[in-house]
Design a protein around this ligand. Structure first.
Ligand code: ADP
Ligand code: MG
Length: 701
């Protein structure tokens, strides 16, 4: 089969034509034969086989079982009722569950009569269950037609409306196999296929679309998942190798006067060993003639800012400018003030550029940037605008990088002809698996040590009913001179309801903490930047004791004297957000506390989150739990959710396949970096095809 044949426009496939082609393109992004062949089913209806209850597996296939309903009961739950049937065969018992249509089921189901049930099983509380099964009396079923394992394809309402139903998609797929004779070019080497006992490409594609049985389906899925992850790893690793070899970076070979003076005279504390190690890693990059592209991970409060500043000093010592960008104005302001203070009277010029900087001031900044007078530019997204041009940008730092998208990272590349060195920093601990797949092209440094003298933050969970006690505790802490955060969820900045919660909360706090003994600040996203700054500044100076805020203070805010974090409606926050918020305290020498306030109604996920927070302060442990609860898209924040545009593999569930894929990719590139060997030609070719046709990795900048 000529591989170019697969690049034939989909309109030419018999049964498609221009109208359907347009729908397939706009709804599913299918424009060629190749795209259609890579449209993998979401699930399968397996009607080839009857399962016994004791053979059930925790797979996500739909299956059928013959058995009887022996008992029916209604169970009260949070919202309404569910109907539960015990369903038995001669090997065991399971449950059938209905949330809707219960009345009809109750009236029509025949107890102790053989049925064929059909659907997906769940494993819950040590038992298998099937929600909303399709059911048919065995006697009726035996008269009907037996259909084999039927693939269910991704679809959209528009597609079905245009008549492209699952059955049609299925037919098109059959047509495609007819026209291609089911012969597809192999894309993995013999070595890998043999070592991992994989199906061939043609067999895999056949069995993913027309599985003969569960076993072949599982093998086809494994092979295609492996292949997908393998080529992503190939791309990430290659990209890194090329960057190291080819992309010339500015060489910062001077450790000059600014860096040294700062180190000797301005450093307000001894660096931790982890900070020293990371600085060494960064210095090695900067002096290597290649562009640095490094991710710096360090839990909240681990001291990333000082590392960033010292890296910027290295740039300036070598005659370059540097910039640091942060996701919020508050954070940019804080960096600006903090960095200016740290620099003291060192001869370094610093400016702040955010959305609220006035036009006239902005103009001056632009000029000073272009003529090189300005050494350091601190700012928000505003820095990324095309209008902002540097004289010679040598280093760009992105703080709280998980708040930015990949596209923004790449914008920084183009501020110069030679790309600046790039350091991205994040306090979101990224589990290794994810780091591998998302940031496999970056080098990674970790600050895995907190500055000395920090006390572990004590975290407790309290119900709203105990609010008065919590207020009493706040008063005691204020008496000791401490400051307090009270944070309200504001998941959607526009949700009127959330604001009402916040304002009600604020008023009740004002009532319980009256003037003149108590001064209270309030901070939320709808305030004008100048008002925000004002309130923040009062709190930083210690003029107010309580800061009532939304999650705008989530990232980066640093007020060491604030030692109590009260999180209202904590059940509504995700784990990484709770961890970020808690990280706002525990920054000074005093014992810090975090109080998670909730109502009595808690989902089981919410309970897990709260328990995790109470149990541990370890960001990595928290990230692992979070990943299990939510999956990777959410974990990375909405900015990056569609980032990994995977067709078949799942980063969380297919963790082991990912590891295997990375291992094989590394092995191959080490053995034969240019893929010269005979056996590697297929990979070389497939890789070139993928890059050429951009079938995958649309996510890589
Ligand atoms: P993050 O990594 O969350 O950005 P910061 O850079 O804001 O953390 O640092 C948190 C606090 O710890 C700041 O007040 C900073 O001055 C302080 N700090 C950083 N490094 C050290 C150190 N080596 N010894 C003592 N305090 C430090
Ligand atoms: Mg920070």
């Amino acid at each position: 089969m000529n591989p170019n044949f697969l690049q034939t426009p989909i309109a030419y496939l018999k049964g498609v034509g221009p109208n359907r082609a347009a729908s397939l393109q706009s709804e599913l992004g299918i424009s060629t034969y190749q795209d259609l062949i890579n449209l993998f089913p979401n699930r399968y209806l397996d009607k080839t086989q009857y399962y016994k209850i004791n053979q059930l597996q925790r797979s996500n296939a739909d299956i059928q079982i013959v058995g009887k309903v022996v008992h029916l009961k209604s169970v009260e739950q949070k919202k309404g009722k569910r109907l539960v049937a015990s369903f038995v065969d001669e090997t065991g018992e399971m449950e059938l569950i209905w949330f809707r249509g219960q009345k009809w089921i109750k009236e029509n189901i025949k107890l102790n009569t053989p049925y064929v049930i059909f659907g997906k099983t769940n494993w819950y509380n040590g038992k298998f269950s099937m929600p909303h099964p399709e059911m048919e009396l065995l006697t009726v079923h035996e008269q009907g037609l037996k259909i084999a394992m039927q693939p269910i394809y991704p679809s959209t309402e528009k597609l079905s409306a245009k008549g492209i139903t699952n059955r049609v998609t299925n037919k098109l797929m059959q047509q495609l196999f007819l026209e291609t004779k089911g012969q597809f070019l192999e894309t993995l080497s013999k070595d890998i296929i043999t070592e991992l006992h994989l199906l061939s490409k043609s067999e895999s594609l056949f069995n993913i679309h027309f599985p003969k049985n569960q076993e072949l389906l599982a093998k086809a899925q494994f092979r295609l998942k492996f292949e997908e992850l393998f080529y992503i790893q190939m791309q990430l690793i290659t990209k890194k190798l090329i960057r190291k070899r080819k992309i010339k970076g500015f060489n910062f070979d001077q450790v000059g006067e600014l860096f040294n003076t700062f180190y000797k005279e301005n450093l307000p504390f001894e660096l931790t060993n982890a900070q020293k190690r990371v600085l060494k890693e960064i210095r090695a990059d900067l002096g290597s003639n290649a562009q640095m592209s490094r991710l710096l991970q360090g839990d909240v409060g681990s001291g990333k800012t000082i590392v960033a500043l010292m890296t910027m000093l290295l740039a300036i010592d070598n005659g370059f400018q540097a910039t640091i960008i942060a996701p919020t104005e508050i954070l940019a302001n804080q960096h600006f003030n903090g960095i200016k203070e740290l620099l003291g009277n060192l001869n370094v010029t610093v400016a702040l550029l955010t959305g609220s900087v006035k036009k006239s001031a902005r103009k001056i900044i632009h000029e000073q940037l272009e003529n090189g007078e300005l050494h350091i530019l601190i700012g928000t997204h505003a820095v990324l605008e095309d209008k902002v041009q540097f004289h010679n940008l040598g280093l760009a730092i992105i703080d709280e990088q998980h708040r930015f998208g990949v596209a923004q990272r790449s914008k920084l590349w183009h501020k110069n002809e030679t790309p600046p060195h790039i350091l991205v920093m994040t306090a979101t601990p990224i589990p290794r698996t994810l780091a591998m797949s998302l940031y496999g092209d970056l080098d990674i440094s970790v600050i895995d040590e907190l500055p000395p003298g920090r006390k572990v933050i004590k975290t407790v969970h309290r119900y709203d009913a105990n609010r008065l006690k919590v207020f009493g505790f706040i008063k005691d802490e204020i008496k000791k001179g401490r400051q307090i955060y009270v944070v309200y969820p504001l998941i959607q900045e526009s949700e009127a309801l959330d604001y009402k919660d916040l304002m009600d909360g604020y008023e009740s706090i004002v009532r319980d903490f009256p003037l003149p003994d108590y001064q209270i600040s309030i901070l939320h996203g709808k305030m004008k930047p100048a008002d925000k700054d004002y309130e923040m500044a009062r709190f930083v100076k210690g003029e107010t004791q309580i800061m009532v805020a939304t999650t705008v203070i989530e990232v980066g805010v640093n007020v060491p004297n604030a030692s109590v974090m009260i999180i209202e409606s904590a059940e509504r926050f995700g784990l990484s957000q709770l961890h970020q918020l808690r990280g706002r305290v525990g920054r000074g020498a005093d014992q810090s506390f975090c109080v998670l306030m909730t109502s009595h109604k808690l989902s089981s996920d919410a309970k897990t989150r709260l328990e995790t927070m109470v149990r541990t302060n370890d960001g990595f442990e928290i990230a692992e739990v979070d990943l299990k609860l939510r999956g990777p898209g959410d974990l990375m924040g909405t900015q990056q959710s569609g980032v990994l545009n995977l067709k078949i593999a799942d980063i969380v569930r297919d963790n082991d396949i990912l590891k295997t894929a990375r291992f094989q990719a590394l092995k191959l590139l080490k053995e034969d970096p240019t893929m010269e060997k005979e056996d590697h030609q297929v990979i070389r070719y497939a890789y070139a095809q993928l890059v050429k046709h951009k079938n995958i990795w649309t996510y890589i900048s």
